[in-house]
Each structure stands twice: as C-alpha cells, then as structure tokens.
Write a protein that binds this ligand. Structure first.
Ligand code: HEM
Length: 327
C-alpha cells in the first residue's frame, strides 16, 4: 500500500499512534477506490459509457444481462481487475475459455466499443476494470433496476487465471452450502449472495446449465419443466446451447420477479431453487419477493461490496489501452 494514500478516517480519532500506523500499513482492500476518482481526469466518463451501454441494449436487450455478468465473473476471480477481458494467445491462457465462461460469457465486443469511446475522450486514463463496474451499474439501471454511485480507481491486471476462474465461480449444480462458501471466499455474506442472485431476473441460460434440473428434479413447477423440456432435449450433446430465460416472466426487466418465481418452484437453475428449498435463506427470499425496495437496497449494497473485491490500486497493474491485451 502506498503511503501517499489518504489515512483511514479513523486515524483522525486514532486511539494510539501505533494503531494508526497499523491501519496505514494494512490499509483496506478498497482504500483508494472513490466515486469521484475520474472527476478531474475524465469528467465525461459516465455519460460516455452510458450512451454506449444504452445503444447496446437498444440493439439487444439481453446485452444488459451479459454485461452485468461480466462484472461478477471478473470480481470473483482474483478481484475486480479486468482479467476476464484478456484474450487467449498462443503463449497466454486467460479466463475466457474457463468452464463458466466458455460459450457463455458475452459482451466483449460491447466492452471494446465502450473502451474506444472512452479512449477518445480521455486516452490512457480509465481502466477496463472500472469500465466493467460502470457498465454493470448502467445495465441494471437501464433495464429498470436501482442505480448507485460506483466506486472507481481500479487498475487492470497484467495476468489472468483460467484455473482460478474454474474454481472461483459457482456452478449451477451448487447446493446452498456451496453457494454460501463461494461467496464467503470473496468476503461476501449469505445475504449478499441472495441479493446478488436477484440478477437472474434478467438474461438467459443454456440448456446445458439446467438440463439435469428439468428432467430429474421434483422441486420444479411441472408446467415450467414441460415448457423448458420442449426446447432442451434430454440427451446431452443435443441442443446444449438452446436458450431459456432465467426469469420466465420478464427477462429484460430488472425487478424482483426472480424471488417470486422461487416461491413457486420456478427457479430455472438448480442453484436458484436452492435459495428457497426449506433452508436458511427461505425467509430472505420471501422478504425480497414481497418487498422490492428492500431487494433494491440490499442488491445495491452488495454490488458495491462485490466491486470492492481485491482491486489493484496505486502503482499495481496498469491502465490497458485495449481491454483484450496487456499494454
Ligand atoms: C449465486 C451463484 C450463481 C450461479 C450458480 C450462477 C450461474 C449462472 C448460470 C449457469 C448462468 C447461465 C449461463 C449459461 O447457461 O450460459 C447464469 C447467467 C447469468 N448470471 Fe449468474 N450465477 C450466480 C450468480 C450471479 C451473480 C452474483 C450475478 C451478477 C451480479 C449473476 C448474473 C447473471 C446474469 C445477468 C446472467 C444472464 C447472462 C446472459 O444472459 O448473458 N449471476 N448464471
């Protein structure tokens, strides 16, 4: 941690010089993120990003979901450092072909467009990691969800890790305890996990992600099972990439229908229905299902927390010119 960074505010009230020095030395992982990070160096970053996100969503509403998911898959793998955006090369293996991302993570062209628009107004200033954070916020807001002030100042990784992506992103086969520990591993609570899962109110999943559930599981509404079976054949390898909406009611609207679905055994993924299956998170699902404003405020707080996961700051990492490769 750089000594030039602002002292934690508790230093002004420091109980002892020693505790203040300790705080300075340890810092907190997001010590240097702030909502006004680019106010002098790139005052137009927000309007520039938003118009690009709006254009992409106008073209395809699902893109908002895909962009939100990119931020999640970035932050859960060695922190919010833009590592997911690096392309594989003959000498470099990145995260794009890790199991949770391959044939699934999308929106990279849109991120390229956002990056070049921002490079046009302030070259070499805004990191790809921060662009993912702003883009996730704008996507949610444009699709009708809450908005929040995004903390900025992340820098871009010079490396990526396919194995960390394979091990750190929860698979749809997870049970409740697995889900809780995946989130706990990055410092997020069970409440954060349930709130962030509300992201599945938008977007699509491939047949391969829900096949086992629609043919084998009993805690699934039978008419939904039948509908989903009609476009997701039982045999593995056939129709694997056929899509179905995660929220059957309003897949391009960010609302609390995800939880209402769970209350009726209409979660599409095995992992979704785990949040309402007789366990410790049932009551929270009921709360979010009946109280959209509680969901919105918990979701917002959890997004900010997720954005604080292990950012590179100070002189660590770099500001990439092109999000697909290191400088
Ligand atoms: C709780 C654990 C989670 C699991 C097991 C999970 C799993 C999945 C799976 C399997 C898909 C479908 C991928 C495919 O079939 O190609 C998906 C889609 C999606 N996930 Fe999650 N996810 C989780 C949490 C989250 C979180 C925390 C966010 C965002 C903050 C998120 C946002 C999304 C979005 C928006 C989509 C749709 C993407 C699109 O349409 O392109 N998910 N998720």
């Amino acid at each position: 941690m750089a000594f030039s960074s602002p002292a934690p505010s508790s230093c002004s009230l420091a109980v002892s010089t020693l505790s203040c020095i300790l705080l300075l030395l340890l810092g907190s992982s997001d010590a240097q993120l702030s909502t006004n990070f680019y106010s002098k160096t790139c005052p137009n970053v927000f309007t520039t990003v938003k118009s690009q996100v709006q254009a992409a969503i106008n073209k395809e509403a699902r893109m908002g979901a895909s962009l939100l998911r990119l931020f999640f898959h970035d932050c859960f793998v060695n922190g919010c450092d833009g590592s997911i955006l690096l392309d594989d090369t003959s000498t470099f293996t990145g995260e794009k072909n890790a199991v949770p991302n391959k044939n699934s993570a999308r929106g990279f062209d849109v991120v390229d467009n956002i990056k070049s628009a921002v490079e046009n107004v302030c070259p070499g200033v805004v990191s790809c990691a921060d662009l993912l954070a702003i883009t996730a916020r704008d996507s949610v807001a444009i699709l009708g969800g809450p908005s929040w002030n995004v903390k900025l100042g992340r820098r871009d990784a010079k490396t990526a890790s396919q194995s960390a992506a394979n091990n750190g992103i929860p698979p749809p086969t997870s049970n409740l305890n697995n889900l809780i520990s995946f989130f706990q591993n990055v410092g997020l609570s069970t409440r954060d996990m349930v709130a962030l899962s509300g992201s599945h109110t938008i977007g699509q999943a491939r047949c391969t992600s829900f096949r086992a559930r629609i043919y084998n599981e009993t805690n699934l509404d039978s008419s939904l099972a039948q509908t989903r079976q009609s476009n997701c054949p039982r045999t593995a390898g056939s129709g694997d990439n056929n899509l179905a909406p995660l929220d059957l009611q309003s897949p391009t609207k960010f609302d609390n229908n995800y939880y209402k679905n769970l209350l009726q055994n209409r979660g599409l993924l095995h992992s979704d229905q785990q949040l309402f299956n007789g366990g410790s998170t049932d009551s929270l699902v009921r709360t979010y299902g009946s109280n959209p404003s509680t969901f919105n405020s918990d979701f917002t707080a959890a997004m900010i927390k997720m954005g604080d996961i292990k950012p590179l700051t100070g002189s660590s990492g770099e500001i990439r010119k092109n999000c697909r490769k290191t400088n």
